[in-house]
Ligand binder design. Sequence first.
Ligand code: ATP
Ligand code: LTN
Length: 326
Amino acid sequence: MKRLLSGIKPTGDLTLGNYIGALKHFNEMQKEYETFVFVADLHALTIYNDPKVLHKKIRDLIAVYLACGLDPKYTTLFIQSENVYHANLSWVFECNTYMGEAARMTQFKEKSKNNENVTVGLFTYPMLMASDILLYDADVVPVGIDQKQHVELARNIAERFNNKYGETFKIPEPVIPKTGAKIYDLQDPTKKMSKSDDNNKGCIILLEDPEIARKKIMSAVTDSEMSIKFDPEHKPGVSNLLTIYSSLKNISIQDAEKEFEGSNYGTFKKRVADVVVELLNNLQSKYKEVIEGDTIDKILDESNKKVREIAKSKVEEVFTKVGVGR
Ligand code: ATP
Ligand code: LTN
């Protein structure tokens, strides 16, 4: 069985963008692949987080993974920092990545622009991400479009390492969803819906009151026409709502367009809001069950053993090949 691996940072509040671009796909793919999904808590440290809040967000993310349908029968759920080998391998990759290729990462360029508090960690973050992926010989890595470049860097690192030191790593493939690879902000549909954004009127938060989410959809920016057509360039707001609707209903954009032929924007938004509210209601009731129950630690303890074993043998192989240790 092929392996799937992906992770999400426990910073900010999880959004509908995270759900449609990532969580939903992990859930749909878990039976087809041997699946590893983790909380990328070391990645969260590239910016300052209140430690107490970070601890809570890590647990919350595990609960959201379970609430979204990730099933420990199929998916190994774990916390990155609980497996020390991620950071070990990352160092080796930092020493096998050129400054020029790391400096080309779009996310680094964007996040470091006009920012005086850029850490070295933000720069080396893609090498840690490469180690997350390559430690487990992942075949596929489902991510939103903004992470594709990082998975491509992981491929380059793997190929270079294999050429230099002999066959060691599988070359992973990024898997980008056909629809919903990028969900946009409801107030500014040219910008990604992001949990690190301060203005959250344009952002649906998975654990927020569903009625607040409904209001956000009802006041989403559209345009002054009256046609419900998918045209991201000229009609970014309407196209974004069509993407959200078709992803959550599991139908094509064309079918969604047909469904709304002749409808006005008010009716359209109400129907989009209904599917979003239904998703949040389901997700939140499962989340509550999990976070109040006692299964989280059992699941993590079990998967911990498994991931450490896999990672230990990979890191030992790498250390021997590069010539460190006895
Ligand atoms: P930030 O927006 O805070 O920089 P992020 O949400 O991109 O962070 P993660 O939470 O780690 O970072 O992302 C988890 C996954 O969700 C990634 O695969 C990412 O591509 C996807 N994702 C995040 N936002 C969106 C979005 N608006 N549309 C589609 N996918 C998204
Ligand atoms: N960098 C990703 C989160 C992430 C990840 C990974 C995704 C860390 N390690 C490994 C896939 C595979 C992000 O910011 N969204």
